[in-house]
Design a protein around this ligand. Structure first.
Ligand SMILES: *[C@@H]1O[C@H](CO)[C@@H](O)[C@H](O)[C@H]1NC(C)=O
Ligand SMILES: *[C@@H]1O[C@H](CO)[C@@H](O)[C@H](O)[C@H]1NC(C)=O
Ligand SMILES: *[C@@H]1O[C@H](CO)[C@@H](O)[C@H](O)[C@H]1NC(C)=O
Length: 449
């Protein structure tokens, strides 16, 4: 009886299995804004089974605008919830200020969420931490003020909360090195230095796995990426190991900089920023699973991968069909154009615009009825996002398309949608109906298993 039930249950689960993908470096459209997620330099705070992504709004460049909060139950589909802090008329959060790398942890005793962030002027001379608190993870925060922890400069920062509830500030002190400072019981101040590395490492984040603490960080190369490194120890006060790389050497951490390490099942997820310094709003998120074996950490690059948050496992991206836009049905002025970097050296332009052009892919096959991620390969030569109304089996949603680098290499934008079992799936990429142009579409990549 027990066996039969288990069999039935797993059959049910297999049908419901999703293939929602994390696609590093792609445009990630929030479910309710129609725009690329603005939560750069972020950290993740998990409450119950919900993940909150808290990071910097770079919509209008580097100066402080908002600290934004998005929520997700699956790490793939993110909904904008609100701003924790927004620009004020003057002061630390005023115009032309630097407010970076927000991180939030929960103080159990005070039932309070505590937010730390780097506070600075536009020339990065103040070098302070700022602290704010709230009753709710994604609610309004009360800003308490800023200072230099233990009197030292502090720029990039991270927070680490240990299993015993003790919490630590990770802080880059340009004059002396990288520090771990202990926080007070209420987490609102630092009490003492726990460790100092006499080395220039920023963007710190600590991951604890088994008996080991792993400190991750990057070298100091401004907005440009470098080969990020990690060090490990069995105690936060050391001794810490030599620094070692974890991504392919020379890849500059697949063109990204560490921002957060999220424990995930038996392993962890690396979260990094692929900064675009000339247009910061189009910076993307590079999230990849780590392989941890004792004290050895490696991280191969992946085009896409599928996390399963309830199981704490992940799998490689599914097999896909890759229909070309130029072979799909074009209507209302949509036209094939040449595109040297595109597959087949062609794409489809005039999506949207004055004639409301659209491209329709039909007869798309999926072996299961499942929520899936389709990757749209596209080009957008503007400096602003373009948008499309994308209709999947009759259900429409707005998808954003960040500017592409050089007009040569197509970008990827992720589309999360319900596919039907069989060969009857249809996807139409259309304009918004307001005269604006959508992206030039190269091809789409549709999971078929
Ligand atoms: C996650 O894994 C569990 C256990 O293998 C499985 O039952 C479930 O269907 C999976 N969930 C998704 C969304 O794939
Ligand atoms: C960006 O700038 C525009 C134009 O000044 C303004 O309307 C908008 O609110 C700003 N966005 C953010 C997030 O600050
Ligand atoms: C933090 O503690 C130090 C040393 O006790 C004190 O000088 C400083 O004022 C405190 N800062 C805040 C913001 O409470």
């Amino acid at each position: 009886m027990g066996l039969i039930q288990a069999g039935l249950l797993s059959l049910g689960a297999a049908v419901a299995q999703a293939s929602l993908q994390i696609v590093p470096g792609a445009t990630w459209t929030a479910t309710n804004t129609g725009n690329h997620i603005q939560a750069h330099g972020n950290g993740i705070t998990k409450v119950g089974s919900t993940y909150y992504m808290i990071g910097e709004d770079k919509t209008n460049g580097s100066a402080f605008q908002n600290i934004n909060c998005y929520s997700s139950d699956n790490l793939v589909e993110w909904t904008y919830v609100g701003a924790l802090l927004s620009q004020t008329a003057s002061g630390d959060l005023g115009p032309s200020r630097v407010v970076e790398r927000p991180k939030v942890i929960y103080n159990e005793a005070n039932e309070q969420y505590v937010l730390y962030m780097h506070i600075d002027d536009s020339s990065y001379k103040e070098a302070k931490v700022g602290v704010a608190t709230s009753d709710s993870v994604c609610g309004d925060y009360t800003y308490l003020g800023s200072w230099q922890p233990l009197g030292f400069q502090s720029r990039d920062l991270g927070l680490f909360q240990d299993d015993d509830g003790a919490a630590y500030l990770l802080t880059e002190d340009r004059e002396n090195g990288l520090r771990i400072d202990a926080l007070t019981d209420d987490y609102l101040n630092v009490t003492e230095a726990v460790y100092l590395w006499d080395i220039s490492i920023e963007a710190p984040s600590i991951l604890k796995k088994g008996d080991y603490y792993f400190m991750f960080g990057s070298y100091l190369t401004g907005w440009d990426p470098n080969d990020n490194v990690y060090s490990y120890a069995t105690s936060l006060s050391g001794p810490w190991s030599n620094w070692a790389t974890f991504a392919t050497v020379g890849s500059k951490t697949y063109t990204s900089q560490t921002t957060y390490l999220l424990p995930f099942g038996d392993g962890a997820i690396y979260m990094g920023d692929r900064w675009v310094s000339t247009n910061l709003m189009r910076s993307t998120y590079v999230w990849l699973p780590l392989t941890i074996s004792g004290t050895s950490i490696t991280m191969p690059d992946r085009v896409n991968w599928v996390p399963n948050v309830s199981a704490g496992t992940w799998s490689a991206g599914p097999s896909e069909s890759q229909p070309e836009a130029e072979s799909a049905a074009l209507s209302s002025g949509a036209a094939t154009i040449s595109c040297s970097g595109c597959s087949g050296a062609e794409s489809v332009g005039n999506i949207g615009g004055s004639m409301d052009g659209e491209v329709t892919f039909s007869g798309l096959s999926s072996s299961a009825a499942t929520r899936s991620t389709v990757r749209i390969k596209y080009e957008n030569g503007d400096t602003a996002q373009r948008h499309a109304n994308v209709i999947v089996n009759g259900v429409s949603q707005v998808v954003a398309f960040l500017p592409t680098a050089n007009g040569q290499t197509p970008g990827s934008s992720t589309l999360h949608c319900d596919l039907l079992a069989g060969t009857g799936n249809t996807i139409t990429i259309a304009g918004l109906g307001d005269g604006t142009y959508g992206p030039d579409v190269d091809r789409i990549m549709v999971p078929n298993t």
